[in-house]
Write a protein that binds this ligand. Sequence first.
Ligand SMILES: CC(C)(COP(=O)(O)OP(=O)(O)OC[C@H]1O[C@@H](n2cnc3c(N)ncnc32)[C@H](O)[C@@H]1OP(=O)(O)O)[C@@H](O)C(=O)NCCC(=O)NCCS
Length: 161
Amino acid sequence: MPKKLAPKRVSESRVDRHAISLSPQNMNYRNTVQGAFILAKADEVGGDVAKKHSGRECVTCRVDSTDFLAPAYQGETLVFRAWINRSWTSSMEIEMEVYAEKLGKVLRRVTSPIYFTFVALDRRGKSTRVPEVLPETDDEKKRFKEADRRRQRRLLIPALE
Ligand SMILES: CC(C)(COP(=O)(O)OP(=O)(O)OC[C@H]1O[C@@H](n2cnc3c(N)ncnc32)[C@H](O)[C@@H]1OP(=O)(O)O)[C@@H](O)C(=O)NCCC(=O)NCCS
């Protein structure tokens, strides 16, 4: 395992806005967006945050359960916001919000917060060290603390939550 790396700020990897215009091929039979489409895009956006924070290739290790709170419709824009809450040795918790927008106006939240765990890999495909997260704002400090509690629960019951 490489030595400790310089810590990085949350703002260095945050994705403030990743917007996707919803077209007919993203819709299910009720003409609302498919859940699998949302999760696939969320995984891509979360992976970008993890890669930027770690400077490494990353794999999705875990997605905590999430609720689909409200539909998103054709003609609307699906917006993703994602940021890192905390990192440990090789793993990182990335949190994401997903909401629907039209003409620049937020209409509704589409999911509850989604928590991904990504793991950084070295060139041989082994887990490798990532920089610590340097929380700056009160909100970042709160999320940093809460992330550790969530990790403890994940590692206790990895297959059930
Ligand atoms: C993710 C993966 C690399 C972890 O492998 P592993 O042998 O468990 O690796 P390690 O034991 O070194 O653990 C790596 C980290 O993952 C964490 N981890 C493992 N299982 C976890 C879980 N269920 N929840 C949260 N973290 C977990 C470990 O705690 C460790 O974190 P740390 O280094 O920060 O302390 C491996 O399981 C894998 O390749 N999974 C498939 C990934 C994939 O294909 N994803 C989909 C496509 S990207």
